[in-house]
Design a protein around this ligand. Structure first.
Ligand SMILES: [Zn+2]
Length: 341
């Protein structure tokens, strides 16, 4: 093969180099150990001596030309591939994130407290809170539960070493705190933790209540019934059957317990409703005049109604959870079911 033949081949082949891989094949073909240029040098040995110098020069020139092309082309192709990669891998800030980190979510009880709060806010209630370490006076005495009153036994209380203090057994002391600082009209709910010495599948020593209190000059039992029915309808998102049973609480008179048709069995009777078809969900009543007077509110002029509900119970019914403990054990497998809340 002559130098000019190899040059022609070079001029032809170089046009076909499109990628770095092509270029490597091209380089092997011309500059490899057994490449065309090496072959030319090998053949040089058998050329007539007087032509060798001139021929050697030509081969060297061709080799430089090929090498220069390979260098140039390599640079060009690398740049091109880089640009293409950048275009291909361009960061799109609008794409959804890579959610490798597990996302947290609201605890089902927090979600239910929020839901209940929103419903009452929608009916014109505002939110009040009180301390969990409460004065015995606010938790009992001012709610018409004097010392030695048997009603104190209705709630197994955690007393604290500091005399006169306890862990509140209900959210009702927030009624007292509210009436002590605000004159009627008052229309509040008070969500929060409460504590009792109770521990079984439907009772936890710490649980959540929502208290409600309405005090003004005209409110009556029928208003209360409407508010509670409307709340239950909105919470369970259906026209649930509701019944009011006479009951007794020291701080209300008359008092009532509110049942709804069992949302689990639809009233047929099941384990959850103990085959009665009804579930007790609320305690309520007209605020006892003694409570109003204890808070300095004129019981001749004002009247009110109050209610209390267990958030855990509502959450259990809404999500079909059969053991209250699930809410407090923080088992991720249980909580994960509520990720969308
Ligand atoms: Zn049932």
């Amino acid at each position: 093969m002559t130098v000019s033949e190899v040059r022609e081949r070079f001029l032809k082949e170089k046009e076909a180099v499109k990628t770095l891989k092509d270029l490597e094949n091209f380089r092997q073909l011309f500059l490899g150990k057994k490449g065309l240029i090496s072959q030319l040098f090998k053949e040089l040995r058998s050329a007539p001596p007087e032509k060798r110098k001139e021929l050697g020069r030509e081969i060297n020139l061709l080799r430089e030309e090929v090498e220069s092309f390979v260098r140039q082309k390599a640079k060009e192709l690398k740049e091109k591939e880089l640009q293409e990669r950048l275009r291909r891998e361009r960061l799109d800030a609008a794409l959804p994130g890579d959610t490798v980190l597990p996302l947290g979510a609201k605890h089902p009880l927090s979600a239910v407290v929020e839901e209940i709060t929103e419903i009452f806010k929608g009916m014109g209630f505002t939110v009040e809170t009180g301390p969990e370490v409460e004065k015995e006076e606010y938790n009992f005495d001012m709610l018409n539960i004097p010392k030695e009153h048997p009603a104190r036994d209705m709630q197994d209380t955690f007393y604290l070493n500091r005399k006169g203090y306890l862990l509140r057994t209900h959210t009702s002391p927030v009624q007292v705190r509210t009436l002590l600082k605000k004159r009627p009209p008052v229309q509040i709910i008070a969500p929060g933790r409460v504590y009792r010495r109770d521990d079984d599948p439907t009772h936890s020593p710490m649980f959540f209540q929502v208290e409600g209190l309405v005090v003004n000059e005209t409110v009556n039992f029928a208003h209360m019934m409407w508010v509670l029915k409307e709340f239950l309808r909105r919470f369970f998102e259906t026209e649930v059957p509701v019944r009011f049973r006479p009951s007794y609480f020291p701080f209300t008179e008359p008092s009532t317990e509110v049942d709804i048709g069992c949302v689990i069995c639809g009233g047929e009777g099941c384990r959850v409703c103990k085959n009665t078809g009804w579930l007790e969900v609320l305690g309520a009543g007209m605020v006892h005049p003694a409570v109003l007077e204890a808070c300095g509110v004129d019981a001749e002029r004002y009247r009110g109604f109050a209610f209390g509900l267990g958030v855990d119970r509502f959450a259990m019914l809404k999500y079909g959870v059969d053991n209250i403990k699930h809410f407090y054990e923080n088992d991720a497998r249980f909580l994960r079911q509520f990720l969308s809340l």
